[in-house]
Design a protein around this ligand. Structure first.
Ligand code: ADP
Ligand code: MG
Length: 687
């Protein structure tokens, strides 16, 4: 049970003054559901302002506070004309306060002609006019708001304003209790880190790096501790040594010889699985390196040893595809293979569940449905997780708790993960690398095109289709999880392409009914449809060798690794393939650099490194890559700086303090609950 001291932090946001149903929505859009989420909603940055008497003393682009007297209102005549309030500073200079859209209503109220106001905001030039667009503050003379020379800037969503969120943060901080210290005294002293509550307060006040680091460290420590607790629990339960006799693997129908890297990885896995300690191994291999067949061999080892194996895919589409290809290859072996997804209902599902329980299914492939509570196995001893970065730690743990003994786990990813990241996601784990692509793969020509070429591009598509070749068209990504804007973009693109190509085009996105989505995917996979318009749901794993053209719209919005994943959907057959990066009208420097890197290299490892470098460089990408890190407080930079230390500290706590015993252990327990890593605590009790 959650320690009582944390209760105020875990209260709903509605317990704060001013939060009702209306404000709840925009808060939730930011992921802020409880008081603690608001307390941890740290500023994105701070603005520092200067009080000036006249704009003559200020530079363009400067954040200023100035006293202005309102002289005139110029109403926007609808459309694109903004609403302007003209005002004079002490020296008689005229400055326009410019408002777009509904913001003009508040301008009318706050700035009647003839009044004098303190105005804070960024001074800009527009033609030969000086202006402040949407001032941050407009206050009457004598108000103390003017004193805020340094002010936090929070991430907002529609319906929220800076003052509103700042007010909520203020309240949330006031409810924050004193917590016992979980950080080693000597470490806190050496770094000058404030205690938890003080750190939280300071982090909202200014760019206080000690405070920020402490809060990040807390999160990293909580995560490291939780992983270690789970690992300790796993070890206690022991795994099942699995030795195969090759009877199934020998009958596999592979249309190709294995590469050296595949053979080596299989040998490493085989060694691990023969041990009593449960395997925890990551199989890293670039897109198209052939991870599926490695997984299949590993699963057959389990079958040969008389146990069951399961393969977890991140999406329905991928689960189906894996099922088809695994079944095809494994047909002659006689292994009994089933597909289980959230979509299976009623009798069919019952039958599968019974077969899993009585052992008449050897291998099950599916989405997370295969690890739901109701699903029980006769003897599950081996688990493969495909494209693991899609899964949260929670899901991995849920699956590890399935058997009486801990199953051997093979996680597979095409995204090369730096060590700090694997440490964050798994703790220590072993890695096998597929550093060799199957022979005969051709480089994919990568071309960047401006939006004006879209007509030509569509003609090229037509030619491609006339030759019987297939293509993908991926629509822009607006945020991490697919939202209405992505769907709308894909639907609009689909509508226009459908006008030209009719039923040769199919559409797939996350909000279609599963049946519709499947039907579309199947038509495309069979070759009945020639063009697949999609959101990023097709990002991982889909394998249609006849597809040779990939169009990615607004490619600059995607991260490098993601573009690489998407590009990897083509170039899977013997035909030459092309990837077209359709860019938007204007590009930032970093975006330009990203697109040209894509043109220059096909090496996923290099792209992943560059990705980290570019992001480390500060520019916020249009999109965050899904599941990059399991952290919400610690940045990438803080992670690489502080994680090794946090990990070591967690180990010391585990070894010296026997997990969560004693006084410091009590504090650590609070920490785990604070960061919702309390499943670690639960394994302690369960074991
Ligand atoms: P990924 O590593 O991206 O998951 P897949 O397992 O989907 O890659 O394999 C990509 C394609 O390469 C598949 O069509 C697969 O049949 C093929 N393939 C896998 N291994 C080999 C090999 N050794 N030689 C030739 N083709 C291979
Ligand atoms: Mg794959």
């Amino acid at each position: 049970m959650r320690p009582q001291v944390l209760n105020p932090l875990f209260a709903e946001t509605e317990t704060l003054d001013g939060v009702g149903p209306k404000l709840k929505k925009p808060l939730e859009r930011l992921g802020l559901r409880r008081v603690k989420d608001i307390a941890y909603h740290l500023p994105e940055r701070f603005v520092t302002r200067r009080v000036i008497n006249t704009v003559d003393d200020a530079g363009e682009g400067e954040q200023i506070i100035v006293k202005l007297t309102v002289t005139e209102h110029r109403g926007g005549r609808g459309g694109r004309t903004p609403y302007r309030v003209l005002a004079q500073d002490g020296a008689g200079n005229v400055i326009a306060l410019t408002y777009f859209g509904r913001a003009s209503f508040s301008a009318k109220k706050q700035l009647p002609v003839g009044t004098t106001r303190w105005v804070a905001g960024k001074l800009e030039r527009y033609g030969d006019m000086l202006q402040i667009v949407h001032p941050d503050h407009v206050v009457e003379e004598g108000s103390d708001t003017v004193q805020r020379l340094c002010e936090p800037v929070y991430r907002l969503s529609e319906g929220l304003t800076q003052p509103k969120i700042a007010g909520l943060v203020e309240q949330a901080l006031a409810t924050a209790p004193e917590l016992p210290e979980w950080i080693e005294r000597s470490h806190a002293d050496a770094t000058g880190w404030p205690d938890w509550r003080e750190a939280l307060r300071l982090a909202h006040r200014s760019e206080h790096s000690e405070a920020r680091n402490r809060l990040a460290y807390d999160e990293l420590l909580a995560n490291s501790l939780a992983l270690m607790l789970v690992r300790a629990d796993n070890r206690k339960r022991m795994g099942q040594p699995l030795r195969g006799d090759g009877s199934y693997r020998g009958k596999l129908d592979l249309p190709f010889p294995l590469t050296g890297a595949q053979k080596r990885s299989i040998a490493e896995i085989e060694d691990d699985m023969a041990q009593e300690a449960p395997m925890l191994r990551l199989l890293q291999g670039d897109v198209g390196a052939g991870k599926t067949v490695v997984a299949l061999e590993a699963m057959l080892i389990a079958v040969e040893a008389g146990a069951q194996a399961a393969m977890l895919a991140p999406t329905e589409i991928l689960a189906r595809q894996h099922y088809e290809s695994v079944r095809r290859m494994a047909e002659p072996t006689g292994a009994r293979i089933a597909l289980l997804t959230g979509r299976d209902k009623g009798k069919a599902r019952e039958a599968t569940l019974i077969a899993l329980l009585d052992g008449s299914i050897d291998i099950v492939i599916g989405t997370h449905a295969i690890f739901q509570d109701k699903v029980a196995y006769r003897n599950l001893a081996m688990v493969v997780i495909d494209e693991q970065h899609r899964f949260g730690v929670g899901q991995r743990l849920m699956l590890a708790s399935k058997g009486k003994r801990a199953p051997h786990v093979l996680a597979m990813t095409a995204t090369p993960i730096p060590r700090t990241l694997t440490l964050a996601q798994y703790g220590e784990l072993d890695v096998s690398k597929l550093d060799e692509l199957p022979p005969g793969r051709q480089a994919i020509d990568t071309v960047v095109m401006g939006p004006e070429k879209i007509g030509l591009l569509v003609d090229r598509l037509a030619a491609q289709m006339a030759e019987g070749r297939q293509s993908y068209w991926v629509c822009p990504m607006v945020r991490e999880t697919e939202g209405p804007e992505e769907i709308a973009a894909a639907e609009a693109r689909f509508a226009s392409l459908e006008q030209r190509f009719g039923s040769d085009v199919v559409l797939v996105h996350g909000q279609l009914s599963p049946e519709t989505k499947d039907a579309a995917m199947e038509r495309f996979a069979r070759g009945d449809a020639k063009l697949l318009v999609a959101t990023t749901v097709i990002e991982v794993g889909v394998d249609v060798p006849n597809a040779t053209l990939m169009v990615i719209e607004q490619a600059e919005r995607f991260g490098l690794s993601q573009l690489h994943q998407l590009r990897g959907r083509v170039g899977r057959g013997s035909e030459r393939s092309v990837c077209i990066l359709l860019r938007g009208d204007t590009l930032s420097e970093t975006a330009r650099e990203r697109l040209s890197l894509m043109r220059e290299t096909q090496d996923g490892f290099q792209l992943a490194e560059e990705d980290l470098r570019l992001r480390g460089g500060g520019e916020l990408l249009g999109t965050r890559q899904s599941g990059d890190t399991p952290f919400t407080i610690a940045s990438l930079e803080q992670m690489s700086q502080l994680l090794p230390k946090a990990y070591d500290d967690a180990r010391v706590m585990m070894e010296r303090d026997g997990g969560l015993e004693g006084k410091r252990g009590e504090a650590a327990r609070i920490l785990l609950y604070l960061f919702e890593r309390d499943f670690g605590v639960r394994t302690l009790r369960g074991g």
